[in-house]
Design a protein around this ligand. Structure first.
Ligand code: BJW
Length: 226
């Protein structure tokens, strides 16, 4: 095989690295109201709460290590003779830590800060406060560089182009509840790609995949790669 493989990952791939998912039984959205911590309106209402939420998640992500599923995808990219394009909804850096290089963070990254005034981005691995001045425009308008509900995900044009040339589309550890990622399977199907879902349980869109394999990511992903 030499064609393009587009891989979409979600929180489930990092679950066995100890990072919580959003919508599972003990997921983040059972402890926090997403309207408070994952919308621009929530940030405007209570920036301290939102910063606290992301500072804690950044510390957890920095302490986490990649698991066998992240490792298998890095190995696939290193050994495959065609293109492997990894689109992740995850804001942790575990794909890069495992060695994946061709990674697009469509929902942003915990290790990056964004200036709400001028749009400048900069690496930020420490605790962040809204009052931190932007290195470029000096405005005290720092926010996490993540994509909240109502905002446009990063790299949509690049992702659509990749889906259009994909021979294989694989979705891993995502519930299929959040758009536009939930629609990638339809886009890939339309252009003739073979579509595969690897997940613990069937996602909301499981019936739209040509092939499905269910189980923990650390088992099903290495098995699919081999
Ligand atoms: C395991 C496992 C193990 C567990 N092994 N698996 C109708 C149509 C289209 C759009 C909309 C619509 N209605 C509303 C919208 C808009 C909205 C939306 O989708 N709302 C839905 C709730 C309905 N979407 C947006 O606002 C997006 N923007 C947008 O649409 O802009 C318009 C536009 C788009 C394109 C072009 C032009 C304009 C933005 C969405 C932003 C989402 N942001 C978050 C927060 C990011 C920062 C952060 O991390 O805090 O992204 S919310 C959260 O959900 C996070 C995730 O990336 C995202 C997806 O979650 P994920 O990864 O799927 O996790 P879970 O918990 O849901 O699922 C885990 C899965 O893993 C489960 O299936 C488990 O079974 C599995 N699992 N353990 C394998 N060990």
């Amino acid at each position: 095989m030499t064609g393009t493989i587009v891989i979409l990952t979600g929180a489930g791939i990092s679950a066995e690295s100890g990072l919580g998912t959003f919508r599972d039984v003990d997921g983040l959205w059972t402890k926090y109201d997403l309207n408070d911590v994952a919308t621009p309106e929530g940030f405007a209402r209570n920036p301290e709460l939102v910063m606290e939420f992301y500072n804690a998640r950044r510390a957890n992500a920095l302490a986490a290590t990649p698991n066998a599923a992240h490792d298998a995808l890095a190995k696939l990219e290193a050994n495959y003779s065609g293109e492997v394009f990894l689109v992740t909804q995850n804001v942790d850096g575990l794909h890069e830590a495992a060695g994946s290089r061709n990674v697009l963070h469509m929902h942003g990254a915990l290790a990056s800060a964004l200036c709400g005034a001028c749009g400048h981005r900069w690496p930020a691995n420490d605790i962040m406060a809204t009052s931190d001045p932007c290195p470029r425009c000096k405005a005290p308008a720092t926010r996490p560089d993540v994509v909240w509900f109502g905002e446009v995900p990063y790299g949509m044009h690049v992702i659509s182009e990749a889906l259009a040339r994909a021979e294989t589309f694989v979705s891993i550890g995502t519930s299929g509840e959040v758009y536009p990622a939930a629609n990638f399977v339809a886009e890939a199907t339309q252009t003739g790609a073979h579509t595969v879902e690897l997940n613990l349980d069937p996602s909301a869109g499981a019936s739209r995949f040509a092939e499905t394999r269910f189980g923990p990511a650390t088992e099903v992903v290495p098995r699919w790669v081999d």
